[in-house]
Design a protein around this ligand. Structure first.
Ligand code: ADP
Length: 477
């Protein structure tokens, strides 16, 4: 099976969140299973030198972005058996960050047309093009409307994976001819319009042969007006081709026995390293090094989606407990400032690093006792799975992928892999944290038992990639 996996980021080259993790790990696993899966990415200039040195030129051509001819270089390299293609254009991709520029519409218009026009030129005509989120969601539409005259592309099937329905790629109608050089028929008849604007994700949902999202619960939730971000009616209409597949995590990199980013390794049989990792986090963050105090960690984008307004509401009360909390994240100013305030107010109990730091993230997953993730909605969420893999017990809002991956602790049976609350209110968040703290403090055996259950859970892509293979086979059948 030949698959071209198109995304805007993939670890270890570029990662701003879960999409990067998935695009890095899933293709690798599918290749291990013997499939010819290749990945295409923009060549963001932030790429590390060690990877830049390995890039080889394939070819270059020009892409028409409206009436302008833009240079498009294609470079390639292999990593872990996967062939990666990179679309090179400094004008579009030489920026500080990946997203959030005034010309994102044009940058991703160029990228998506480049991906399609590249396939013929590099002589890789896939059976399936697998696109991800709005940055590549227009590809199924373009293949069927703009490029339908290319005979070689006629049999190509498409899958759209929605990693977060909040981001839809909403633009003015005029980009159809100004950037894509297309007529506006599908806009004028309403097909690709939502709320009087052109909507990339809606186009992807309608034109892809299959649509999936990153957890079974989220697949259900986005069909409701509460979580569908306006596209729920489209998803209900297309529910026959919609499914949910829980993401996995990369077991090569997220492994407490071998992770090169943590100082002390450990396993289910021997937790000594975990205690040392905890001390390392406390030391790094300037907190008193104590093994008896429960250490709660948060690693996240600091946004309303991730529920940080609830955390801030409860900070004073939480700080009255014998507890330590560490936070790693960047995001909205009000949250960054809010957490800075608490770090000054409670220097012995709370410390924050307002940064994006992959090593520190791994240190937190490994060294903490509890991981807090109270997302308002969560398509899948990877951090809670990474925590569990390191024996760190998650406390979560039971929604989306958090609900599908964390089994709430049952005090009667002593079974569970975390703690959860259902109503999205700060009171219930605090109550769940307190339940976790109580178990931690009162029963070492009970705590160890849930740590082991969490570590034994199978969140590997080895297993989850099978579901993607089933989906691919279903499309091609
Ligand atoms: P989302 O994709 O919505 O941001 P996920 O839980 O699916 O959330 O994935 C987040 C990924 O990004 C995880 O790998 C997490 O460790 C990483 N991450 C988030 N914030 C930071 C940060 N400040 N520093 C390092 N890694 C981070």
């Amino acid at each position: 099976m030949r698959v071209l996996f198109a995304a805007s980021e993939a670890a270890p080259f570029f990662k701003t969140g879960g999409l990067g993790d998935v695009a890095g790990a899933l293709p690798k696993e599918l290749v291990r299973k013997g499939e010819d899966v290749r990945v295409v990415l923009p060549l963001w200039t932030k790429m590390k030198e060690e990877y830049k040195d390995q890039l080889q030129d394939v070819l270059n051509f020009e892409v028409y972005v409206g009436y302008r001819r833009q240079y498009c270089g294609v470079k390639t390299m292999h990593l872990d058996g996967v062939q990666f293609y990179f679309i090179d254009n400094l004008f579009y991709f030489d920026r500080e960050g990946l997203y959030g520029y005034f010309d994102d519409g044009e940058r991703f218009a160029f990228y998506q047309m480049a991906v399609i026009e590249m396939m013929e030129r590099i002589d890789f005509i896939p059976d399936i093009v697998h696109v991800n989120d709005y940055h590549t969601a227009f590809i199924p539409f373009l293949l069927k409307e703009k490029y339908r005259w290319i005979g070689a592309y006629k049999e190509i099937k498409t899958i759209l994976t929605i990693h977060n329905i909040e981001f839809q790629g909403i633009y003015n109608k005029s980009i159809l001819w100004e950037l894509y050089g297309m007529g506006s028929e599908r806009y004028d008849d309403g097909t690709i319009v939502w709320d009087n604007m052109l909507n990339m994700l809606k186009a992807g949902i309608l034109y892809a042969d299959k649509v999936n999202t990153v957890s079974p619960s989220y697949a259900g939730e986005i069909q409701t007006s509460e979580f569908g971000s306006g596209l729920d009616h489209v998803l209900r209409m297309e529910s026959g081709k919609l499914s949910g597949i829980l993401n996995g995590i990369d077991y090569d990199t997220n492994n407490p026995e071998t992770d090169p980013l943590i100082d002390h390794h450990f396993s289910k049989e021997d937790f000594e390293g975990k205690a040392k990792d905890k001390a390392a986090v406390q030391e790094l963050m300037g907190l008193p090094v104590r093994d008896d105090v429960p250490l709660i960690a948060m690693v996240s984008r600091l946004t309303y989606q991730k529920g940080f307004h609830l955390v801030l509401q409860e900070m004073h009360s939480l700080m009255q407990q014998d507890v330590q909390i560490v936070l790693l994240g960047t995001g909205y100013q009000e949250f960054e400032d809010g957490f800075r305030y608490y770090a000054e107010r409670y220097p012995d109990k709370f410390a924050a690093s307002i940064s994006f730091n992959v090593k520190m993230a791994q240190m937190f997953y490994a060294g903490a006792d509890i991981f807090l993730m109270p997302s308002a909605f969560e398509p899948c969420g990877l951090s809670q799975m990474m925590s569990m893999r390191y024996g760190t017990i998650p406390v979560v809002h039971e929604i989306g992928g958090l609900k599908d991956s964390v089994e709430p602790f049952n005090p009667v049976t002593g079974v569970g892999t975390g703690f959860g609350f259902q109503e999205f209110e700060s009171f219930f968040l605090r109550q769940s944290v307190e339940k976790a703290l109580e178990l931690y403090k009162t029963s070492h055996e009970a705590w160890r038992k849930i740590q082991l259950l969490a570590m034994e859970k199978d969140f590997s892509w080895g297993t989850q990639s099978e579901r993607y293979l089933d989906l691919y086979r279903e499309i091609l059948a």
